[in-house]
Design a protein around this ligand. Structure first.
Ligand SMILES: [Zn+2]
Ligand SMILES: [Zn+2]
Length: 347
């Protein structure tokens, strides 16, 4: 896992790479009537929080430029700026709120009303050193409906010196009434080349290795860094691909056995499980790209030319179907057995 220090360094690198995009958005911050709330929307793991932090710097640092080292910017980098406050699903609650109880047994990862009530209370205070008090709230697509309504009230009531930078992975799960209060900024994922550049710089690895990680991460800078940061991940990825080719040639009984193994991974290590299914999907996608002369595949990928178009599409459909079944809590062992039995080797 990435430790706090490397997370910070990574943030600086992302900041440099995103600076170009940030410049395009600068105009939102130069207008005389600054919006009271902004909503950054984009896929998970692409650096939205860093970008929000960068915008917070633009608002509190007079002479902002990339990698500025004034005291304000340093404090923001260290997470110690008294007027830049971060919130997420695990943030503290307002302990006096009537809705608050011990959430340890909830098991759900959501933003609850008692957490928003605390934000509400703090948002009424004046900034201490900066011109603005800035609230960076991640994962607002994971708010409970009660929390979303409380946030709406907070956005409406907050004083002019308070600015909200809200972050969502999926804007479709954000209440329309909240969206309508925000200036929405769509954040695109960094492209493969930029991720490759960040990884090469940060981990000092060869460009082609960095490019492999960028492709395997599906443009998620967080996953790409985790892959590059740990040799064990690289080993487990090569194991995933060698197992896949074995499965495609395996007999029924071996497939049934593999489904059982996969099911226990699903139960014990969901992150690894999803990595496996994503790698399988990617492997078939790379075949499709190669058929169409699109050169997106890691350096270790060897196209198996005996796969037909229909064969690849049917494998992709079966993986997508299994993922969908699992998302609806269908019996996981049965779903995985069906998937394994349906997976087709070359024609
Ligand atoms: Zn600065
Ligand atoms: Zn609570």
């Amino acid at each position: 896992m990435i430790n706090e220090l490397t997370k910070h360094e990574l943030g600086l690198l992302i900041e440099t790479e995103y600076d170009e995009i940030a410049q395009q958005y600068l105009r939102y911050f130069n207008i005389s009537s600054l919006s009271a709330s902004y909503l950054f929307n984009g896929p998970p793991g692409i650096g939205k929080r860093y970008l929000a932090k960068l915008f917070a710097k633009l608002l509190v640092c007079e002479s902002y430029q990339a990698n500025c080292s004034c005291q304000s910017c340093l404090n923001i980098n260290n997470g110690t700026h008294s007027d830049i406050l971060h919130f997420d699903t695990d943030s503290n609650c307002d302990l006096n709120d009537a809705n608050h109880r011990n959430h340890n047994s909830d098991g759900s990862r959501s933003i609850k009303i008692c957490q928003i009530k605390r934000i509400n209370r703090i948002s009424m205070l004046s900034p201490t050193t900066a011109k603005y008090k800035i609230f960076i709230v991640s994962n607002i697509n994971l708010m409970t409906p009660e929390a979303a309504n409380a946030l709406l009230k907070t956005l409406e009531d907050a004083p002019q010196s308070t600015i909200f930078l809200l972050i969502a992975n999926d804007i479709n799960n954000v209440l329309d009434t909240v969206k309508s209060r925000c200036h929405i900024i769509e954040i695109p994922p960094l492209n493969f080349q930029k991720i490759q550049k960040i990884l090469s710089k940060k981990f000092q690895i060869d460009d082609h290795v960095a490019s492999d990680f960028a492709i395997l991460s599906r443009s998620r800078i967080d996953s790409a860094s985790q892959l590059a940061n740990n040799q064990e991940n690289v080993d487990s990825i090569s194991k995933i691909f060698s197992e896949l080719s074995q499965i495609l040639n395996a007999k029924t009984i071996d497939r049934i056995n593999f489904a059982e193994n996969l099911n226990s991974i699903y139960r014990s290590d969901p992150v690894l499980f999803h990595l496996i299914l994503n790698c399988w999907e990617d492997w078939f996608r790379w075949h499709l790209y190669a058929m169409n002369n699109i050169n997106i595949a890691p350096s270790f990928f060897n196209k198996n030319s005996s796969f037909s178009f229909n064969n690849i599409i049917s494998n992709l459909k079966n993986i997508a179907y299994a993922k969908n079944q699992l998302a609806f809590n269908v019996n996981s062992l049965v779903s995985l057995q069906i998937l394994l039995l349906r997976m087709q080797g070359s024609d």
